[in-house]
Design a protein around this ligand. Structure first.
Ligand SMILES: O=C(O)CCC(=O)C(=O)O
Length: 331
């Protein structure tokens, strides 16, 4: 599919019923599918350095960064295998992404409407498919809790805005992301209802927990996250980016002393990763930051942020090596 630009007008010209049905079907395709019990893992725990399953002996960790024309699946794989992540500068052409913050504003406006009003809404920015409740492992309770959790941090699931989601998939196709991700994963990819999320960080940013997504996704999976900043952020730019531990990890770090069973305490980060202390890279709109479910990170928080940050988080899994709990959807 070739897409030259993405605007609010092109989005609002889409066929809402068709997009909603497409999202519905993407979800249904995985309803009864189970992941392989013994997938060939890209990150093989058996390759962890002997001294420590978390690989903390590696020193001088860094985030490899390249330009778009240097990117291919082998480069992505080599970087993720060695460093856990790859930052690709200028991956998305400006014309394809400049409207995305405005779309995110509109989606969040819809999400914030009173429940009764939302129930009657049919919008290109909000129209959850009717199978969203039944696909959640814990049904309505889980969907409700997820919505509350997301709303608190200024986030919403793409699946709730099927026209935005379908337009994003066309954008991904236009930059040949599907080919890249398929080659990286060694098979067709799928996405995740729960972990395909638009974000507009609310200020001030609450203290966020260090985490590896594998702590709640499971580790018997092949994954890659495309974290797509839409605002200059991170470092000292005045908008929250992400803090990351720049290191390949092979296992989920201890949650001892942390606020949640899926998070990691500051103390643990400071001691277990003393050789590779956290960094807060500067990101720009159009960059693509790739990392996997073992990468340790958190939303950057500090008191003096002055600008919100827009971003889209898209977790991809192998179509046979996925996290069932994260509710896969077909791509
Ligand atoms: O956008 C953020 O600050 C957090 C993103 C995140 O945790 C993720 O992409 O896994």
């Amino acid at each position: 599919m070739s897409v030259n630009e993405m605007t609010l007008q092109t989005l609002e010209a889409r066929d809402l019923a068709r997009d909603t049905q497409a999202m519905r079907e993407r979800i249904e395709q995985f309803r009864d599918r189970l992941p392989a019990s013994n997938p060939a893992l890209i990150i093989d725990p058996a390759r962890a350095p002997d001294s420590n399953a978390q690989g903390s002996t590696a020193q001088g960790g860094s985030i490899p960064h390249i330009e778009r024309d240097e990117l291919n699946a082998q480069v992505l794989r080599a970087a993720v295998l060695e460093h856990g992540a790859l930052l690709v500068r200028n991956f998305f052409p400006e014309a394809l992404i400049q409207a995305l913050p405005h779309m995110i504003d509109r989606v969040l406006e819809c999400v914030e409407l009173p429940r009764k009003q939302k129930r009657q809404l049919r919008s290109h920015y909000y129209n959850p498919p009717d199978n969203l409740v039944s696909i959640m492992p814990e049904g309505a309770m889980e969907l409700g809790a997820l919505r509350v959790f997301n709303a608190k941090v200024g986030a919403a699931m793409c699946a709730e805005a099927p026209s935005v989601a379908e337009a994003l998939l066309e954008l991904f196709d236009a930059v040949e992301l599907k080919r890249l991700i398929s080659e990286y994963l060694n098979e067709a990819p799928c996405l995740s209802v729960k972990k395909w999320v638009i974000r507009r960080s609310a200020l001030p940013v609450d203290e966020a927990g260090w985490h590896q997504d594998g702590a709640f996704m499971g580790t018997n999976i092949n994954s890659i996250n495309l974290w797509m900043p839409l605002t200059t952020c991170g470092g000292d730019t005045g908008a929250p980016g992400m803090d990351v531990v720049p290191q390949r990890l092979y296992d989920v770090a201890s949650a001892q002393g942390a606020s949640f069973d899926w998070s990691v305490s500051d103390d643990h980060v400071n001691t277990a990763f003393a050789m590779n202390q956290p960094v807060a890279p500067v990101f720009h709109a159009g960059d693509a930051f790739f990392f996997d479910h073992l990468y340790l990170h958190r939303t950057q928080f500090r008191k003096d942020f002055t600008r919100p940050r827009y971003a889209i988080e898209s977790w991809f899994f192998g179509a046979s090596a996925f996290s069932k709990s994260q509710v896969p959807l077909a791509w």
